[in-house]
Ligand binder design. Structure first.
Ligand code: PEP
Ligand code: MN
Length: 335
């Protein structure tokens, strides 16, 4: 249930109402916007007398929210959320490009890619240290050493770092990582979602391979219900019957999520297509669709990459793409 207050309500009356709602056994999420204040009621609202609340002098409207997701719901929080990552803002018109290799392979590799993507204009550096691989015989990542190399690349370039955590037991290693990525395969690892929800650190939550938007938002809700509001959603393609691309990029999801949630939404054209030459057109389309940013795989030597070489852009291709993304941004910001 949400309670929209009238404009310019006295602080004291607002507090009284919140205390009264809390005395009914509910929790209140307050969203203070430029124009209106929205109180989101969390808990079992069945026994709450809607008419009584609606009749209060300071109340404008009362609505029941049937969606199962509350904290990430735009109805609860009408204004866009901006997630701040060490000074880099994502959301509400703040467009952010995260780039880097699929996996951290060596100091030389990660530093070379970090320098290149920074020069091209990326705002954050990605790099997997713990890799979710379909085969147990494939490269599993450099793990803790990989995270150290990422930090060294951050030290040199100043780019905040993004890396995937696959399990609760590894979380302690991510203390000094700027954004924790929850990968597609772990989108419904509820214990992991709850654990990152207890941290005060931004989380990049990727959509599961075969998950609906409602399930995706319920996973964001798991993180937020533990107190962490700094969630960035990532559409990375879903499994369909397409036979030539790795996944199907669901760009309509960006527009639909925009209506449903206030959280920033970015797009991963690399895992969505699996083919480097398809990454630029899909990155441009995602930009035009109004996404809040992109996460793109870039490798200095894709032919010898230990993971996902086929979908990785070379630094010069990324540089060219960044200039084209800039032009699309100019066009959409004019309209
Ligand atoms: C990744 O970004 O490195 C990754 C494994 O992506 P996803 O979880 O979307 O497959
Ligand atoms: Mn990858």
């Amino acid at each position: 249930m949400i309670v929209v207050l009238k404009n310019n309500v006295q602080e004291e009356k607002r507090t009284q109402l919140i205390e009264w709602i809390e005395s009914q056994g509910l929790r209140v999420h307050v969203s203070t916007g430029d124009y209106q204040t929205v109180l989101g009621l969390l808990g079992n609202t069945d026994r709450i007398d809607m008419e009584l609340i609606a009749s209060m002098e300071i109340v404008d409207t009362v609505k029941r929210i049937s969606d199962p997701f509350k904290r990430c719901n735009r109805k609860f929080h009408p204004e866009d959320t901006i997630v701040d990552v060490a000074g880099v803002k994502v959301g509400h018109g703040n467009f952010c490009v995260i780039a880097g290799p699929c996996s951290v392979e060596s100091e030389e590799q990660i530093k070379e890619v970090a320098r290149a993507v920074k020069t091209a204009g990326a705002q954050m550096l990605r790099g997997g240290a713990f890799k979710p691989r379909t085969s147990p015989y494939d490269f599993q990542g450099l793990k803790a050493d990989g995270l150290e190399l990422l930090k060294a690349a951050r030290e040199e370039t100043g780019l905040p770092i993004v890396s995937e955590c696959m399990g609760v037991t590894d979380l302690a290693l991510f203390e000094d990582v700027d954004v924790i990525q929850i990968g597609a395969r772990n989108m419904q690892n509820f214990e992991l979602l709850k654990a990152v929800g207890r941290l005060s650190k931004p989380v990049l939550l990727k959509r599961g391979l075969a998950n609906t938007l409602k399930e995706f938002l319920m996973s964001a809700e798991y993180i937020m219900s533990e107190g962490n509001d700094r969630v960035i959603l990532c559409e990375r393609g879903i499994r369909t019957f397409d036979d030539y691309t790795r996944n199907t990029l669901d760009l309509a999801a960006v527009s639909m999520l925009r209506e449903l949630t206030h959280l920033p939404i970015i797009v991963d054209p690399s895992h969505a297509t699996g083919i480097a030459r398809l990454v630029p057109p899909m990155a441009l389309a995602a930009t035009a669709s109004g996404a809040d940013g992109l996460i793109i795989e870039v490798h200095n030597d894709p032919m010898h990459a230990l993971c996902d070489g086929a979908q990785s852009l070379k630094p010069e291709e990324f540089d060219r793409l960044m200039r084209r993304i800039g032009r699309i941004r100019d066009i959409i910001s004019e309209s």
